[in-house]
Design a protein around this ligand. Sequence first.
Ligand code: HEC
Ligand code: HEC
Length: 406
Amino acid sequence: MHAIRIRRLVAACAVLGWAAVAGAATGAALGIPPVPVPADNPQTPAKIALGEQLFNDQRFSATGDVACSHCHDPQKGFADGPLVTAEGIGKLKGTRNSPTVLNSAYFASLFWDGRSPDLEDQALHPFVNPVEMGLPNHDPILAIVRTDPAYVAQFEAVFGKRSEDVTMREVTQAIASFERTLVSGDSPFDRYYFGGDRSALSATAVRGFDVFLNKGRCVSCHTIEQDRALFTDNRFHNIGVGVNRIQADIGELAPRFLEAKATGVDVDRAVLTDPRASELGRFAVTDTLDELGAFKTSTLRNIAITAPFMHDGSLATLRDVVDHYNNGGVTVATDPVNDFLSGGIRPLDLTEQEKTDLVAFLEALTSPQYAAQQAQKAALDPAACSTPTNKLAAAPAGGPTKGTQP
Ligand code: HEC
Ligand code: HEC
């Protein structure tokens, strides 16, 4: 009986993965704007299909078993929960929680600290980060795409490039094009707020929306506009996560990091391999003291399926997140706040009911393609979906999306 249930879940997961990709490619949904596409990298169906294959190709890693989808798994909302921080080649641990790539097409900068300007640039880094895909440089990727007959034909068809002329520019352009299809709106909240369907939200979620807008002041950073909501101001704030761990040593850590940077230390490598450097946040990118411990405001779309939360994965549940904000930027109410805390973070004095309502609102931000993933997380034993998908992710055939075709 257990085996049957697992098999049914795998089938459900597989269908979801495909629905997400196929549905999203057709255009913007309720609550999200059209996807911004750079003039020099127009979307085409063939390029998107190529990008999806590249995203799922495990050969682009030092051990041959880690694709982008290893940490951005379609069956886990394009993240890797319940891992606290990402696990790359040889199960090496990074310092940060894998964010979803869903709706990352809209972000003004990429990574928790915004160190990358666009999806094309972002895709260069994981391949060569020692705790992610671990390649010494990009040459092994080019060796594969210039010789694998299927890739040779596709790069020729999509970019008009002969095999020996294919570069990382085309590889990252195709990946970015695929990622630009991973957009999703049309959540219960969208149907309620933008679609005028008063029955789309439960009474508790409607009350939670009010807390989100007013007493909780969440909307001041997780923005909602007249006709769309990306739930991020695309800015950086210190909300008291992680930085508290290095608080006592900042006076020494910050200048040492700047010195290392001046001698050419790679920021991407430093922040993902050194847990203390990671907590410097946006400061590591801009060298600006004001931005110590500041991270990019996350989108809250599909948040219910990508636990644990925050750049360091330190908050396990949405209730924990709400408690953290309610305490005014500390996880344990009696802890002192850090010196660089954003002025927008203060104790909220929420009642237990208001906290429950706010969580219900956050849970109403899940797009229909991912509703079943949310239901599985909530209703079944939490391990139910992760057991089979872990196995599938490790299977050699083309990554999880392909590998789970029913
Ligand atoms: C070992 C796990 C791992 C692998 C493999 C991996 N990523 Fe990530 N990804 C992460 C983590 C962790 C972050 C956040 C790092 C940070 O912010 O410093 C991230 C961030 C991102 C972001 C930025 C999202 C945002 O909200 O700013 C995108 C886009 C992304 N990855 C795409 C990719 C692509 C494309 C690949 C393959 C080329 C890839 N990732 C491979 C773990 C991984
Ligand atoms: C001052 C700006 C600001 C305010 C106000 C704010 N947030 Fe955030 N929020 C952020 C930033 C920045 C992050 C990422 C922080 C990090 O990872 O260290 C974040 C992260 C989160 C996350 C985790 C996202 C993820 O992908 O892990 C949730 C959930 C969240 N906020 C909900 C809320 C709620 C609910 C409120 C209102 C009670 C709120 N936020 C108020 C800036 C803000």
